[in-house]
Design a protein around this ligand. Structure first.
Ligand SMILES: [Zn+2]
Length: 207
């Protein structure tokens, strides 16, 4: 199968409106370091190595809060048709930095270069290509990793969980309020059993 067929187009914005630029995307007013200690024993922990382009800002505390929010969305039952999914996304090691590229993904070559970098989550400044020329919040490749742009705290957990769903092989699902809906939205938090199974399944191998 051609690599391009494995591309999962992510969060597409209508009309090519750029993602909102904000300096407050790490403005979490709580400590998310120890939330992991409160998990029940049956929770599957997925460890994610996080890397950021030098032009972006992201620290361990910020990542821990984003992953805590993503986990809360997955674990909670957000209304009918949503599974309480027993999984936790956790940071593996410190946030690392890369200077490959400009921080803007503008072509397949740019995306490939970011995908080749070590790590599971890559924070870049802009995404203007995701399988085609399109402005997106995030873009993921199945079985590999995901790229995201800085986004407001109330959206970051949803975005990261959505893109990780793509990494674990889940396509878009156009059900009401689905986390995997093609439009990433603050209301979209529901996962079905197949999605939960994918989130809980351990990756076959570590890169
Ligand atoms: Zn998507």
């Amino acid at each position: 199968m051609k690599t391009t067929l494995l591309l999962v187009t992510a969060v597409v914005l209508a009309g090519c409106i750029p993602p909102p630029r904000t300096d407050n995307y790490c403005a979490y007013d709580r400590d998310c370091t120890n939330v992991i200690d409160r998990d029940p024993v049956n929770v599957v922990r997925q460890k994610l190595a996080i890397s950021r382009h030098t032009e972006t800002r992201l620290d361990n505390q910020c990542v821990d809060c984003i992953l805590a929010d993503a986990t809360e969305i997955l674990q909670a039952e957000n209304g009918s048709g949503d599974m309480a999914c027993s999984v936790r996304l956790v940071r593996e090691g410190d946030v690392t930095e890369f200077n490959t590229g400009s921080g803007s993904i503008d072509s397949k070559a740019d995306f490939d270069a970011v995908m080749r970098l070590p790590g599971d989550v890559k924070l870049v400044d802009e995404i203007n290509w995701c399988g085609k020329y399109v402005v997106a919040y995030g873009c993921a490749r199945r079985g590999e990793s995901l790229a995201v742009v800085p986004i407001a705290p109330d959206m970051a957990g949803i975005l990261w969980a959505h893109e990780y769903g793509h990494v674990r092989g889940r396509p878009h699902r156009d059900a009401d309020s689905a986390l995997m809906h093609k439009w990433v939205n603050i209301r979209n938090k529901k996962v079905d059993r197949a999605e939960c199974d994918a989130f809980r399944k351990k990756p076959d191998s570590r890169r």
